[in-house]
Ligand binder design. Sequence first.
Ligand code: B12
Ligand code: SF4
Ligand code: SF4
Length: 400
Amino acid sequence: MTTSSINYLELAEKIKCWGKELGFSQLGITDIDLSSHEEALKRWLANGYHGNMDYMAKHGLMRARPAELVPGTTRVICVRLDYLPQDAQFAKTLKDKNAAYVSRYALGRDYHKLMRKRLQQLGKKISTHCEAFNCRPFVDSAPVLERPLAEKAGLGWVGKHTLLLNKEAGSWFFLGELFIDIPLPITQIDSDLDKESTNKKTAEKSGCGACVACIKICPTNAIVEPYVVDAKRCISYFTIESPDPIPVELRPLMGNRIYGCDDCQLICPWNKYAKLTPEQDFQARHQLDNVSLLTLFSWTEEDFLSKLEGSPIRRIGYDSWLRNIAVALGNAPYSQTIVNTLIEKKGAVNDLVAEHIDWALTQQEHKKGLEQAQIEKQQVNHRLTNRLIRSIEKGLTRDA
Ligand code: B12
Ligand code: SF4
Ligand code: SF4
């Protein structure tokens, strides 16, 4: 079909249907004006909140200018894909200090490839209806400001923990985009809630209202003000993104979280409405939702690589994996088996992991002979985690 004879209104409706057929939980279309986000992005970078994620600074304001990133872009199709697996066992795993807590987005297969492939399929379908059509898919790719785009496309609002929230689906979902160069009609944001939240000046009137639960529950105080996360303090950053030593003062606050963290989402009242994912690929593999720290620490590098084939966890590499588990073992209750395992492993690891093992051994030694009650009293965030567990058991019964 030639460009002049295309009915864009009809095409936009078709795209929504194709999005559903491809398994996306929601789809919206937005223009590319992110100018109102440039100041906040500049401030975030100037404060050094990106830590050693140099790519964030490298792309600078291009992240807020889709047409500079992909010349010719006039619209962005934004999609959401729910990932909450069945029987997430949030409270159960956080409660058991000898169990490993892996962020629930990472229990199954990597979402990047799956979503990119589906976005490409969507692009192909559109091209059968448009002669001159170009597109480029993005999923978690650094140069894109995904949450502000999704907010503009009507997929929800950016919460105070900075994640995108949807009043019918909570926040357990991934985002992806298809940059396109045809003038599709943009999604009309029809609820009052969404209309208000697109303007950050009225954010207090958004779905967050006066709530500050996520800011208060964050174990490391990483949400430094509403809508701003200092990545360097976020457990997700130092267990996944950073290959460096974990700052000593933050190690006790990690508890048993060995890959990412879900606390700010777990406390959020909107996650009562979260939908379970129908995707088989996002269900837990290798019992990662219910496995002991010692079992994971006993994996060889070959085990790590083969068992985590296709998982997003593989990307951090074996050394970071051992580094994270060593810290969690240091935070676990005293056990001679843990001490022996740590000592045994130390002979076969690099300097980075060895230093974390030494730290863990000191923690274990310190707890030896102390009553559990005394230990808990000394643990800074013990009460915080207990409060979170109670809140999950009360509010998220299906997933507790
Ligand atoms: C870098 C990054 C991180 C970093 C930094 C997080 C952060 N909050 O910025 C770290 C490693 C810490 C991280 C952690 C997580 N991440 Co992450 N991450 C990203 C990535 C690649 C870029 C985010 C970014 O641009 N940050 C920079 C800041 C400046 O951007 P921003 O927060 O969107 O800020 C804008 C607005 O909030 C606003 N704003 C900022 N400051 C202020 C201040 C005021 C006063 C106001 C009014 C507004 C305002 O303007 C800003 C500029 O537009 C995105 C994918 C992508 N390309 O977008 C995934 C992404 C955000 N992550 C995702 C996920 C799932 C997570 C984790 C939940 C993973 C986990 N379980 O461990 C945690 C959650 C931690 C948290 N509370 O944010 C999902 C979120 C899905 C959703 N529902 O929103 C994304 C979208 C990936 C995806 N494709 O699905 N992540
Ligand atoms: S993911 Fe965890 S550490 Fe990061 S901001 Fe949320 S609660 Fe804080
Ligand atoms: S916990 Fe409260 S403040 Fe935080 S994102 Fe959810 S509703 Fe907003």
